[in-house]
Design a protein around this ligand. Sequence first.
Ligand code: URA
Length: 199
Amino acid sequence: MSVDSLKEQLVKKRTLEEVYDIAKDCVRCPLSQSRTKVVFGEGDSRTKLMFIGEAPGEQEDIQARPFVGRAGKFLDHLLKLAGLERSKVYISNVVKCRPPNNRKPRKKEVETCNPYLQKQIEIINPKVICILGSVPLEALLGKTASIGELRGKPIEKEGITYFPTFHPAATLYRPAVKEEMENDMLSLKELLEKKKIKS
Ligand code: URA
């Protein structure tokens, strides 16, 4: 099944529930064989702000919810710093199924899953997308520069402001990143205030 056939299947879908109905049984890539559950995304579909991570990890795969493991705890802390309530934003990942042993999703897996993410963005129609790490950076904006170079600075593209920062898990093995991510969240807070976005 091609990416185009998935796009075609999604073209007339108007709600996240309709898209989830297709995604929940997806077998378009090998990750479907090793996953426990599809982790589609969660939050408020009326939000103006999305957070996009890389892929579900072990806890996410069990609970079918994004960012509920160790990286998720740190993301919760960052959301508070930015003055945000988790339930009022929308959180998802580039790929919706856990890669074995938490390896990086492969290019082909990212491409195959991409129509789901694009449709989520189309339906939610956010003003700002916070990019969590290099995998969503490349999936959403292409390979331009490293996350270290682009982090903390908004990028305007086709009516959406992208705000890249590190992946929250980076802090688990590089403690110095913690402060940088916290500073980025304060910059995101300012950006949201300037744009009058509450969540
Ligand atoms: N890391 C991610 O990128 N996404 C999750 O949902 C959890 C950990």
